[in-house]
Design a protein around this ligand. Structure first.
Ligand code: GDP
Length: 474
């Protein structure tokens, strides 16, 4: 009623912004304190004597050492992001094992010679800005530099601009890889002039952005590209970290492995991670049982900017979850359990709200609102995040809502189906299938479960079903 008088025509299912809550509170005599999930988590860590921000500030310059830049490759679809990442991986000069087995762990590090020194660079192995954005949404800023891949035969395309916007919003400097210069219709000069319209001016045009012509297909120009990355890092970025403390960083990819259990690729951002360390990553905790690198080799320790795949967590963290090494196992477990409790409460609050929504149901019946509820399960957290991001971006008429009521890593379980039954949701499995119990439950309850191994197909289907749900126009 109060909201109504304030001119806010909100239904019980709608989210309100912070200021509306504050106004609402003062109208009914309460002071509303807005606590973001990040603040809440910060308070939780502080109750364990952990203050990561203060730790950064207190860092003694003497302890800081140069760390490798962390690079994400972005750009329009088919402009060659994957090829560029492959070509870079092949240039690794130190790792002499030509044709060695490389593992996809979500990131890799290469060594290259730069002005007489051996320098390392870390690459996030999931191209595109979707994963980048999903991680940032979780408060994780892992990328120092973005390589913007633009095909010289195609020029600036919508996702080029999108990627650029994401990099700029994050304050991440860009190096432009003008790719496919081997093609007869390649026009690298045009790429340069097109990008000036977006404020990205090449050095040779008097700007401060490095452009490098490459052919990822032939491997041409890749060395120059690495050079440009290091020059950009050295020019303006103060990339240092203290390796001599307990490790902190970000989980960038994680999955459930049949033999090894939860495996999570983490990027160390400060300190050094060692086998045997007790760690907590989001709501997952455990002791580092083993670590492997991008070559599948076991490693005993990982310094700043080093990505490693960690075994030993009790569950699968999400991409973008921060991890940290704690004093002991108990502390790791307690932090994880407290976070679980916070999440469970939030979920319960949402679920309760959904189930008592007579007004919403009525609106549905009257055809005022339509809502498509989804549950997303996938094999790796990066894919789940990316799918969710893309689905939420589908543009539809105001009368239809898309809601992702649950998402997670691993097989589709009976509890997913139960949730789908309550909320009349459709279950999407990305590279995962239901276990036996879940399959039976889905059949019994008539829950629609769909399986995909290509993200675009999932998006396509959801988009058309959303459009199909639109009321016919008369
Ligand atoms: P992504 O969608 O940006 O990851 O693009 P891909 O790396 O999958 O490349 C898309 C297509 O362009 C593939 O068929 C590649 O073989 C091709 N391609 C990538 N780089 C080059 C290049 O330097 N020259 C030529 N001629 N083709 C390339």
């Amino acid at each position: 009623t109060v909201l109504f008088h304030l001119g806010e025509m909100a239904t019980a299912t709608e989210s309100l912004d912070d200021s509306t809550f504050e106004v609402l509170g003062s109208e009914i005599g309460y002071k509303v304190e807005i606590v973001s999930p990040e603040d809440e988590d910060k308070e939780l860590l502080e109750s364990f004597g952990l203050n990561l921000e203060q730790e950064e500030l207190d860092e003694d310059d003497e302890n800081l050492e140069i760390r490798p830049p962390v690079v994400t490759v972005m750009g329009h679809v088919d402009h060659g992001k994957t090829r560029v990442l492959d070509a870079i991986r092949k240039t690794n000069v130190i790792d002499g094992e030509a044709g060695g087995i490389t593992q996809h762990i979500g990131a890799y590090q290469i060594w290259t010679e730069h002005e007489g020194n051996e320098r390392a660079i870390t690459f996030i192995d999931t191209p595109g800005h979707e994963a980048f954005t999903a991680m940032r949404a979780r408060g994780a800023d892992v990328t120092d530099i973005a390589i913007l891949v633009v095909a010289a035969d195609d020029g600036i395309m919508p996702q080029t601009v999108e990627a650029l916007n994401h990099a700029q919003a994050a304050g991440v400097p860009v190096v432009v890889a003008v790719n496919k210069v081997d093609k007869p219709d390649a026009n690298p000069a045009k790429v340069r002039s097109q990008l000036t319209e977006y404020g990205v001016v090449a050095e040779e045009y008097g700007g401060d952005v490095m452009f490098v012509d490459v052919s990822a297909l032939r491997g041409d120009g890749i060395d120059n590209l690495l050079e440009a990355v290091l020059l950009t890092a050295d020019a303006g970025l103060d990339l240092v970290a203290n390796p001599n403390k307990e490790a902190r960083g970000v989980a960038i990819e994680a999955k459930l492995d049949k033999g090894r259990g939860s495996v999570a690729t983490v990027l160390v951002q400060g300190g050094t991670l060692r086998v045997g360390d007790p760690i907590v990553a989001g709501t997952a905790y455990g002791r580092v049982r083993a670590m492997i690198d991008e070559n599948g080799d076991r490693v005993e320790e990982a310094a700043p900017s080093r990505p490693v795949q960690v075994q030993g967590l009790n569950s699968v963290p999400r991409a973008g979850d921060l991890f940290l090494v704690t004093e002991d196992d108990r502390m790791a477990r307690q932090i994880a359990e407290k976070r679980e409790a916070v999440e469970r409460n939030a979920q319960l609050a949402k679920a309760r709200k959904r189930m008592s929504l007579e007004d919403f149901t009525k609106a549905l019946e009257e055809g005022k609102v339509e809502s498509l509820n989804l549950i997303i399960k996938g094999d790796v957290s990066g894919a789940v995040e990316a799918l969710e991001e893309s689905l939420l971006k589908i543009e539809v008429d105001d009368s239809v809502q898309l809601r992702i009521i649950h998402r997670g890593v691993g097989a589709i379980t009976e509890s997913d189906i139960n949730l789908a039954t309550i909320d009349n949701a459709i279950v999407i499995g990305f590279n995962v299938r239901p276990d036996t119990k879940a399959r039976e439950a889905a059949q019994r309850e008539g829950v629609d479960t769909r399986f995909y191994n290509v993200i675009y197909n999932a998006i396509d289907d959801v988009e058309s079903s959303l459009k199909g749900m639109l009321k016919p126009e008369f």
